[in-house]
Design a protein. Structure first.
Ligand code: NAD
Length: 350
């Protein structure tokens, strides 16, 4: 097992250090090698995704990433912006499936803006298609037609693109509560009528998983009204972009949310859902749990080691139950800790 570790910018190096300590403590014989991505890579080499990083990422079984970006690179030419590195690695590795769990640990129910009884114990997984849909469709542009400006984009999916993301969702559901809700807008968009047809066909291949369908507008409402009805939600790139952010905000604690982006062979890029938090970088106060939980997802999805993934997740639950909190999830009466101490607590719980 070989992992390419990319700490990145801002709080990236601090939070990655804790995830690496946790992986080492499990003693699974994982080989880890570090490289540069994002603003730090621009400063050192002129490129946000340098050749050496590309080689390492391509050769590895999985990539563990902190975060990239920061205000000092915001005015760089487009090719030298940190986000370019992120788009570059996602594209090069063919990562078409984005998995974002939204879990609200009962101990953190007050962090949500929703009533605790609506969200306490929430555990849903949003599976978003990442390389197709209207975000990539051609033709696209802004032109002048009949004397006025005219903007247009094209939404399209092939049935094979739909089938492969549906299969990821069904396989993920098999590791959870065996329910998939496929989200579309088939009443208006032909492209998503095809989505629904292929979802039904793919559902027949997975009779042990319950399949339901929901229109995207209703899905947005149901996520706020009664989010615990969902197990796995699967949808296209644009709807998934919006719904996955909505779902993550149900939990109110961005420092807790991991993510995975997978290719067709379960090779994956694992990273916290949050950014590089330049406002707290270098202060030792960032919450490392989203990154530690991303490492758990890596063990589950790329290395099929459910037991090791479960050990990490169990340790995180334990430190929350023990009352350890970084600043972002702190409540009076709890024990406030920094990044390193939170890592120590997880190691002790392991
Ligand atoms: P952000 O997620 O970095 O920060 C938003 C707020 O949440 C900040 O107040 C920050 O302090 C806090 N926060 C985030 N992660 C935290 C953690 N682990 N512990 C405690 N608090 C945490 O989003 P932003 O401020 O919009 O973006 C900052 C930079 O990150 C930008 O340059 C942006 O482009 C980049 N970014 C990178 C990624 C990525 O690498 N995947 C994703 C989003 C944003």
């Amino acid at each position: 097992m070989k992992i390419c570790v990319l700490p990145g910018d801002g709080i990236g190096p601090e939070i990655i250090a804790e995830a690496v300590r946790v992986l080492k403590a499990l003693d699974l014989g994982i080989e880890m090698e570090e490289a540069m991505l994002g603003g730090c890579a621009v400063d050192a080499t002129g490129s946000p995704y340098p050749d050496a990083t590309q080689k390492l990422a391509q050769a590895a079984d999985a990539v563990l990433l902190g975060a990239v970006g920061g205000p000092q690179w915001d005015n760089n030419p487009r090719e030298q912006r940190p986000e370019r590195g992120l788009l570059g690695i996602r594209k090069q590795l063919g990562l078409f499936a984005n998995l974002r769990p939204a879990i609200l640990y009962p101990e953190l129910a007050n962090a949500s803006t929703l009533k605790p009884e609506v969200v306490a114990g929430l555990d849903i997984l949003i599976v978003r298609e990442l390389t197709g849909d209207i975000y990539f469709g051609q033709p696209r542009g802004i032109e002048t037609r009949n004397g006025e400006r005219f903007g247009f984009n094209t939404m399209h999916y092939t049935e094979s693109e739909i089938r492969r993301i549906l299969r990821v969702a069904f396989e993920a559901a098999r590791k959870r509560n065996r329910k998939v809700c496929s989200v579309d807008k088939m009443n208006v968009l032909e492209c998503t009528q095809l989505w629904r047809d292929v979802a039904i066909e793919t559902g027949r291949e997975h009779p042990d998983v319950e399949l339901s369908h929901m229109l995207v507008d209703n899905a947005a409402m149901q996520l706020v009204k009664n989010p615990k009805q969902f197990d796995v939600m699967v949808t296209g790139n644009m709807f998934g972009d919006i719904l996955s952010d909505e779902a993550s905000m149900l939990t109110g604690s961005i420092g807790m949310l991991p993510s995975a982006s997978l290719d067709a062979n379960n090779k994956g890029l694992y990273e916290p859902s949050h950014g590089s938090a330049p406002d707290i970088a270098g202060k030792g106060v960032a919450n490392p749990l989203a990154t530690i939980l991303s490492a758990a997802m890596m063990l589950r999805y790329t290395f099929a080691d459910e037991a090791a993934a479960g050990r990490i997740e169990g340790a995180v639950k334990k430190v929350l139950a023990q009352g350890f909190r970084t600043g972002d999830i702190y409540e009076p009466g709890m024990t406030k800790v920094g990044t390193r101490e939170m890592g120590d607590a997880v190691l002790a719980a392991l």
